[in-house]
Structure formats: structure tokens, C-alpha cells
Write a protein that binds this ligand. Structure first.
Ligand SMILES: Cc1cc2nc3c(=O)[nH]c(=O)nc-3n(C[C@H](O)[C@H](O)[C@H](O)COP(=O)(O)OP(=O)(O)OC[C@H]3O[C@@H](n4cnc5c(N)ncnc54)[C@H](O)[C@@H]3O)c2cc1C
Length: 306
């Protein structure tokens, strides 16, 4: 029986794996390979990298570090979890893995604008498409920016970006904006232009991203979709884990869910969706898991045989 299965190999899961392996625990990371961090062309707000680091490079370093201390990393998708008398069972394909604990670090998936995958990938790599104003709003300082969305989420994101540039346009994806009077007033007060959709014909045009609305064709330095996210919490909810309205897992201050032996960390938990936060929660979860396991079976290192 393993000590811990970590589901998800992004910053949260890999941080936990490094800690757990260094606690001399038997840990396996099972990762489907779609970390949001892998899509970051260059993160510049992650402390310790003054010249920035590509998300894929950061993940590579973390995988090397986890393996160095004995963590096993497997690429696969976990289909379900079930309870067992002395732990949990993890279903992966035809295999059922018995473990004393599970850390869910499965992240979220951003909802994308309707555009082909290759256009999406190129626009993201070139910073024409961006998903995280907290991460990279600095990079659009004094640039021409559009936010794709409406309602409270679109308003929040557009007003946040006004802290970086005076040229922010909020464009509704599907049709007319759905904005409460207070949201319209706030947008007007902040000088955010609003444009009704539907928005279509997304394209890269030189060093700009273009789109069309019924009103006219538009070109921007960067487009921020504010269309929400889908939370990868299904396997935990299947086991009865408590969740917020959006589907984020609810944990205590030590990353425990309400299900015994099931812990959660990173974007899948309600909180700030950032690498630093995911790593911090991964470290807290791993230490909690170690101490919870030790309260059942003392984790004592055998004496050296001379
Ligand atoms: C374009 C972009 C730019 C960003 N820039 C920054 C930045 O500059 N700075 C910053 O701090 N943050 C940035 N972020 C946010 C950051 O990427 C996330 O906060 C971070 O990756 C969260 O880590 P995580 O480990 O919780 O989830 P993730 O990194 O998303 O990893 C979750 C992993 O779990 C796997 N998984 C899901 N379900 C299963 C399953 N059933 N079985 C097995 N595996 C599964 C997924 O495939 C994935 O590999 C950015 C995000 C995006 C999209």
C-alpha cells in the first residue's frame, strides 16, 4: 500500500510530492498532463526568477526534484476514488491502487473563446491572448486591451485591468451585455468601453489580435477571456467531498477535505489561482498528510544495520 497518491502534477501536486518523498514516504503522482502552468509562455511574477521562467521549464525542474527523492511520476488519468477500511482506492484504467491517503491537485480548466486550437496556442504563446491579469497585467501596461465577457466577472476583470492601462474594452461574447446598473455605472466611471457581441472571426493580424462584432472589426494588443473555469473536482465530489457553488473543494486550514484521508491543494481549492499559492498549499497538505499518517502508525526510521 502506498502512503500517498497525488492526483495532478502541476505546481501544487509536484510541491507536495517533493515534500512527501523527503519525508521518506512512498508517493506516486498520477498526472493527466494538462497543467495550466505548462501553458505559461513566461511567468514574471513567480518569486526567485528575476528574468522570468517558462511554465514548462518550471514544471521540468519540479519533476526532476521530485524524482531525485524517490517520488514515482506516472502519466495517466484518475477515473475515480473509493473508500477502503484503511485508506482509499484510486482507479486508473484497469488498475486499482490502494493508498493510505490521496492529495487531489487537479486544477481547473479555463473556458476558451471559440477559436481553432492552433490559433489559440499561437496567440497564447505570443501574449495576444492572456488568461490571468494578476499574473501578467503588468505586461499590458499602457497597451490596448479587450476583455471578453460580461456580468460581474467581466466587469471585475475589466476594472482590474484599468489599473494597468486606460484603454480597456469589455466585449460580450454571445450577444448583448448582461450588466446590472451598478456594473454599468462602475465601468463608465472607470472609462471602460462596452461593446455588444456576438464576437467572432478571432484572428492574429500582425502583432495584434483581431475580432469582429456587429458594430465593426477590432484589433487589440491583448485579449483576456473572462469566461469562467471548469473545476477538476469531479472525482472528489463523487466521494462526497464538500464543494463551493462553482465546484471548488472546501478544505480546512491544513488542506483536509471533509472526507477522511482525502486532501486537496492548488486551483481545485477555492482561493487565489497562482503558482505561489498552489505551491504553498502543496507544502501544507504534504506536511498534514505526514503528521496524520504518523498519528496512526509512528513513522520511525529503522536503525542502521552495521
Ligand atoms: C495562460 C496562463 C498564464 C498564467 N500565468 C501565471 C503566472 O505568470 N504566475 C502565476 O503564479 N500563475 C499563473 N497562472 C496560473 C497557474 O498556472 C495556476 O495557478 C497553477 O498552474 C495551478 O497549479 P495546480 O497544480 O493547482 O494546477 P495545474 O497546474 O493546472 O495542474 C493540475 C494537473 O492535474 C491534472 N489532472 C486533472 N484531473 C486529473 C485526473 N483526474 N487524473 C490525473 N490528473 C489530473 C491536470 O492534467 C494537470 O496536469 C497562469 C495560468 C494560465 C492559464
Amino acid at each position: 500500500m502506498l502512503d500517498c497518491v497525488v492526483v495532478g502534477g502541476g505546481p501544487a501536486g509536484l510541491t507536495a510530492a517533493i515534500y512527501l518523498a523527503r519525508f521518506h514516504l512512498d508517493v506516486r503522482v498520477i498526472d493527466a498532463g494538462n497543467s495550466r502552468a505548462a501553458t505559461i509562455p513566461m511567468t514574471r511574477n513567480h518569486a526567485g526568477f528575476p528574468d522570468g521562467i517558462a511554465g514548462a521549464d518550471l514544471l521540468d525542474r519540479m519533476r526532476t526534484q521530485a524524482r531525485r527523492y524517490g517520488a514515482a511520476l506516472v502519466q495517466a488519468e484518475v477515473a475515480g476514488l473509493s473508500e477502503a477500511p484503511d485508506g482509499l482506492l484510486v482507479s486508473v484504467g484497469d488498475e486499482v491502487i490502494a493508498t493510505r491517503s490521496v492529495l487531489l491537485a487537479t486544477g481547473v480548466v479555463n473556458r476558451r473563446p471559440p477559436m481553432p486550437d492552433d490559433l489559440h496556442a499561437t496567440a497564447l504563446a505570443r501574449g495576444l491572448l492572456r488568461y490571468c491579469p494578476i499574473c501578467d497585467g503588468y505586461e499590458v501596461t499602457d497597451r490596448r486591451v479587450a476583455v471578453l465577457g460580461t456580468g460581474a466577472h467581466g466587469t471585475r476583470e475589466a476594472v482590474f485591468l484599468r489599473g494597468y492601462t486606460a484603454d480597456v474594452t469589455l466585449i460580450a461574447l454571445e450577444g448583448q451585455h448582461v450588466l446590472a446598473p451598478a456594473e454599468r455605472a462602475l465601468l463608465a466611471q472607470c472609462g471602460v468601453a462596452t461593446v455588444d457581441g456576438p464576437a467572432a472571426a478571432f484572428a492574429i493580424d500582425g502583432d495584434k489580435i483581431g475580432l469582429r462584432t456587429p458594430e465593426r472589426d477590432w484589433r487589440f494588443d491583448s485579449l483576456y477571456p473572462a469566461l469562467g473555469s471548469d473545476i477538476n473536482s469531479g472525482v472528489a465530489i463523487g466521494l462526497g467531498a464538500a464543494r463551493s457553488d462553482e465546484g471548488c473543494l472546501i478544505v480546512d486550514a491544513h488542506q483536509r477535505t471533509n472526507i477522511a484521508r482525502l486532501y486537496a491543494a492548488g486551483d481545485v481549492v477555492k482561493g487565489l489561482d497562482q503558482i505561489s499559492h498552489a505551491m504553498g498549499e502543496g507544502g501544507v497538505a504534504a506536511t498534514t498528510i505526514r503528521n496524520d499518517l504518523a498519528s496512526e502508525h509512528a513513522l520511525l526510521r529503522p536503525a542502521l544495520v552495521e
